[in-house]
Write a protein that binds this ligand. Structure first.
Ligand SMILES: NC(=O)c1ccc[n+]([C@@H]2O[C@H](COP(=O)([O-])OP(=O)(O)OC[C@H]3O[C@@H](n4cnc5c(N)ncnc54)[C@H](OP(=O)(O)O)[C@@H]3O)[C@@H](O)[C@H]2O)c1
Length: 197
């Protein structure tokens, strides 16, 4: 799958490396521009290319890996996502780690409101970056909680991450699943391994 990643910080970087292990074409972008990533070429496999944010936002699946406060404005650069997948990995923190309240909406519902006509999945935000690789010591799969309002989109997402050694666990819609996945919801910083299928 062609995957655009917005943000090449801690999370964007590891997710580019993770999805590059599958049959995917990764278009990685950052605010500072594609050229600024050139010195980091050796960190990524050849199926990761560096593009501008506008191009990454046009891919069939878009991973939004920027700070929560920036995410809505970034996503609004596209007028109509035409049912493409947008994966929200954000946590609701300010730059100085104060919690951002969005009630009664969940953070992912705020993201979904900014990504017009996208099928939004909340995922990865509960994992520390080092566990976003899917790899585990020994046997088993890394449990990956996810939520979303579109059932077909969630199936597509699960099919994409299973070969990367994740065990996707569907927590329901962005309202309910999103609320337990987001900051303060109880699942933060969880990194379960499932041994048996
Ligand atoms: N780090 C964690 O432990 C962790 C775990 C789970 C979820 N998360 C969530 O994942 C997201 C990313 O976190 P991070 O730790 O990777 O942050 P980070 O290292 O600070 O990287 C943020 C990235 O976002 C880019 N960015 C910021 N504003 C942008 C804009 N307007 N347009 C395009 N790109 C923009 C930055 O571009 P430049 O590089 O050009 O500045 C940078 O590459 C956050 O929402 C965070 O809450 C983080």
């Amino acid at each position: 799958m062609e995957i655009g990643i917005i943000g090449a910080g801690t999370v964007g970087t590891v997710l580019a490396q993770t999805f590059a292990r599958g049959e995917n074409q990764i278009k990685l972008s950052r605010h500072s521009g594609a050229a600024s990533l050139a010195p980091r070429r050796a960190e990524f496999a050849t199926n990761v290319t560096f593009v501008e944010v506008a191009e990454a936002l046009q891919q069939p699946m878009v991973i939004i890996a920027v700070p929560f406060e920036q995410a809505p404005a970034v996503l609004r650069q596209v007028a109509d996502y035409q049912q493409r997948l947008v994966v929200d990995v954000t946590n609701q923190f300010t730059a100085d780690f104060k919690k951002i309240k969005t009630a009664p909406l969940t953070g992912s519902e705020v993201i979904a409101a900014a990504a017009t006509n996208a099928r939004v999945i909340k995922a990865f935000n509960t994992l520390p970056p080092e566990f976003m690789t899917g790899q585990v010591n020994g046997d088993g799969r890394r449990v990956l909680f996810y939520a979303g309002d579109d059932v077909a989109a969630k199936k597509e997402f699960a099919v994409l991450v299973r070969p990367l050694n994740f065990r996707p666990v569907n927590l329901g819609k962005l309202r309910h699943g999103g609320s337990v996945m987001q900051v303060g919801g109880g699942l933060g910083n969880t990194h379960f391994v499932q041994i048996e299928e």
